[in-house]
Design a protein around this ligand. Structure first.
Ligand code: HPA
Length: 242
C-alpha cells in the first residue's frame, strides 16, 4: 500500500507502537501544520503520524490549520489518510465507546479555510461519497479480524465548536440524518479529496450528544470514554498497519 498517515484527534496525540525514525517540522504555502510530522514504522509498514490538535492538545477544532495539515502530508508523499475523531452519538445505537466508520458527512462549520481551490484555480471536486471505500473496508476488515464491533456507515455532522451543541441543534442534526456529531471532519475530508488523497475516518463516540442523555455533558464522562475506548482504536490501527 502507498504511504499512509494517521491523523490523531482528541485522545490520540501519539501512536503507541510507532518506531519513530524521524520528526519533521514542515512549512507549507498555507502555513504550519498542527504539529511536526512523525515518521516511523509500524511493524513493516512505513507510517506518518500527525496530531491534529498539536502534541500538547492546544489547537481547538476551529483553529486547526486543516489546509497546512493536508498539504504537509501531501508534500511528504502520503497517499492515504486514516483520520481518528472523538464524536458525540446521536443515533441511540451509537452510545459512548462505540466505534463508527462513517460513509457520509454534512458540513455545519463556518469561517474555516476549507479549500485549496481559491488561488485562481476553479475546481469542483466530486464529493458524492466523501470517504474512500477501499480504506473504509480496510478499517472494517481490521476490526472484524479483532472481533471488535464497529458501525459500518453513518452520517457525520461536522459542527463548528468549540462549544458543544444545544439539544435543539442536535434534534436538527438528527432530522438531517446525522448519526454522530464532531468538530473536525470538515474541512479535513474535502481537502483530502482535493489533494487526491484517499481518506477515511474512524470515530470513537465519547458522549451522547446534547439532550440525548440525562443531565449535561461533562469532560469527566468524555475522558472516561476516551480512556475506555481509545485502546480499541489503537488496536484497529495496529491491525490495519500490520
Ligand atoms: N459534539 C460535537 N463534537 C464532539 C462531541 C459532541 O457532542 N463529542 C465529541 N466531539
Amino acid at each position: 500500500m502507498g504511504l499512509i498517515a494517521i491523523v490523531g484527534g482528541t485522545g490520540l496525540t501519539e501512536l503507541q507502537g510507532l518506531e519513530l525514525t524521524d520528526t519533521r517540522t514542515l512549512e507549507t504555502e498555507y502555513g504550519v501544520p498542527s504539529a511536526a510530522l512523525e515518521f516511523g514504522r509500524f511493524g513493516q509498514q512505513p507510517v506518518v503520524f500527525l496530531a491534529r490538535h498539536g502534541k500538547g492538545h492546544t489547537v481547538p477544532p476551529h483553529q486547526v490549520n486543516y489546509r497546512a495539515n493536508i498539504q504537509a502530508l501531501k508534500q511528504v508523499g502520503v497517499e492515504k489518510i486514516i483520520a481518528v475523531n472523538a464524536v458525540g452519538g446521536i443515533n441511540p445505537q451509537m452510545g459512548a465507546e462505540s466505534l463508527v466508520i462513517p460513509d457520509q458527512i454534512i458540513d455545519y462549520t463556518w469561517g474555516r479555510e476549507f479549500t485549496f481551490a481559491d488561488q485562481g484555480n476553479v475546481l469542483h471536486v466530486d464529493f458524492s461519497y466523501p470517504y474512500s471505500e477501499p480504506l473504509r473496508q480496510s478499517l472494517l476488515t481490521a476490526a472484524a479480524e479483532l472481533g471488535l464491533e464497529v458501525h459500518d456507515g453513518g452520517v457525520y455532522g461536522a459542527t463548528q465548536g468549540p462549544r458543544l451543541e444545544t439539544a435543539a441543534e442536535v434534534d436538527r442534526l438528527e432530522r438531517d440524518g446525522c448519526d454522530i456529531v464532531g468538530m473536525t471532519g470538515m474541512p479535513e475530508a474535502p481537502l483530502a479529496r482535493e489533494a487526491e488523497l484517499e481518506y477515511a475516518c474512524l470515530s470513537l463516540v465519547v458522549n451522547m450528544a446534547a439532550g440525548r442523555s440525562e443531565g449535561i455533558i461533562t469532560m469527566d464522562d468524555i475522558e472516561l470514554a476516551i480512556k475506555n475506548g481509545m485502546g480499541n482504536v489503537r488496536a484497529i490501527l495496529a491491525q490495519l498497519l500490520s
